[in-house]
Design a protein around this ligand. Structure first.
Ligand code: AVJ
Length: 323
């Protein structure tokens, strides 16, 4: 598949996974001993809008804390990098955080990868004209499936930008593998700028994932609404309830959808029953210590350069280079 030229400095490559593949994946994860869904299914157009609403609640500290750190330290980061580069951002959403880097770094290129096509197209169509010096290569893709995006080998060196503590969605073994994929994506002369949410009081974490306006609950339930829209599953959203709590032993926030009425649905042409009392595990959000996370970067083949924290030590932003 060839990228389409949308604007003089914007190309778009559509690698959105076919619905039939999604249906088979969803069927198998909901039929597992612990029914679960991959958090990537949160993000259709509505899910991205609901996530935006979460980031504006008083309880959800990660986005505004990380954005503050990026604003405050972007110049120090640029000095540490001391080179012109192309930014590659898996899971770019509306590209809000990348704007801070585009404003302060003058990179030569920006390649956002995003599974929500509408979100990606809206964001890059708005951004590209404002940064005519930057080459935008938008890729609609499920980066958890394939980080083997068509990388432009002219566009070196690369900085992989993975903000938001999305790394916390991976379980430890998958996280190791994914960080190694990011190291490959960065290349031997590349860099990684990554956000990691920090361990803190369980009460604070509980609030962040149970905001009083109910946006997190709506976001969690939207995973089923999205599957209804995309795959015509027939979930009754009223039969499910949002649950989020901190699992201290595993050092992660867990989100679930508790099913309190039998559900008979159809996925990939197969009938599936979720009985009352079943819980669908929709997300893990691991919380880190700076030391442990830095060690994981080293294990994946990076050399940590700097790490920035806010005054309350809520959130960390790590800059590393390929070792
Ligand atoms: C985007 C994955 C970092 O885990 O905090 C927000 C998603 N889930 N509220 C997170 C999310 C519930 C978020 N990440």
């Amino acid at each position: 598949m060839q990228p389409r030229q949308l604007l003089p400095n914007l190309t778009f490559l559509d690698l959105y996974p076919p619905a039939a593949d999604a249906a088979r994946e969803v069927l198998s994860s909901l039929s597992a001993a612990t029914p679960h869904l991959d958090p990537k299914y949160f993000y259709d157009e509505q899910g991205s809008a609901l996530f935006d609403a979460i980031t504006r609640t008083p309880e959800y500290y990660p986005t505004r804390t990380e954005t503050g750190l990026l604003h405050e330290h972007a110049q120090a980061m640029a000095r540490a990098l001391d080179t012109e580069l192309t930014i590659v951002e898996p899971g770019a959403g509306g590209c809000e955080k990348a704007r801070i880097l585009l404003d302060q770094w003058q990179p030569r290129g920006y390649m956002p990868l995003e599974i929500s096509r509408e979100c990606l197209l809206d964001a890059t169509r708005q951004l590209a004209p404002r940064y005519p010096q930057v080459q935008f290569q938008a890729v609609c893709a499920d980066y958890s499936q394939a980080l083997t995006v068509p990388i432009d080998h002219q566009a070196l060196p690369r900085l992989v930008f993975f903000p938001g503590s999305t790394i916390g969605n991976f379980e430890p073994a998958a996280r190791r593998a994914f960080l190694t994929d990011l190291r490959r994506l960065a290349g031997d002369d590349g860099f990684l700028l990554i956000g990691a949410d920090l361990q803190k009081s369980p009460a604070r974490l509980h609030q962040a994932y149970n905001d009083s306006a109910g946006h997190t609950a709506a976001f969690n339930l939207n995973i089923l609404a999205h599957l209804n829209r995309r795959l015509d599953c027939g979930f009754d959203l009223d039969a499910f309830e949002h649950q989020a709590f901190y699992n201290e032993e595993q050092q992660r926030v867990e989100m679930h959808l508790h099913c309190h009425r039998d559900q008979h649905v159809h996925i990939a042409g197969e009938p599936l029953t979720l009985s009352a009392g079943t819980r669908v595990h929709t997300e893990n959000s691991y919380k880190f210590s700076v030391e442990a996370f830095s060690r994981e970067l080293v294990t994946a083949g990076f050399q940590p350069l700097s790490c920035w924290l806010d005054d309350e030590a809520l959130f960390s932003v790590h800059l590393a280079r390929a070792a």
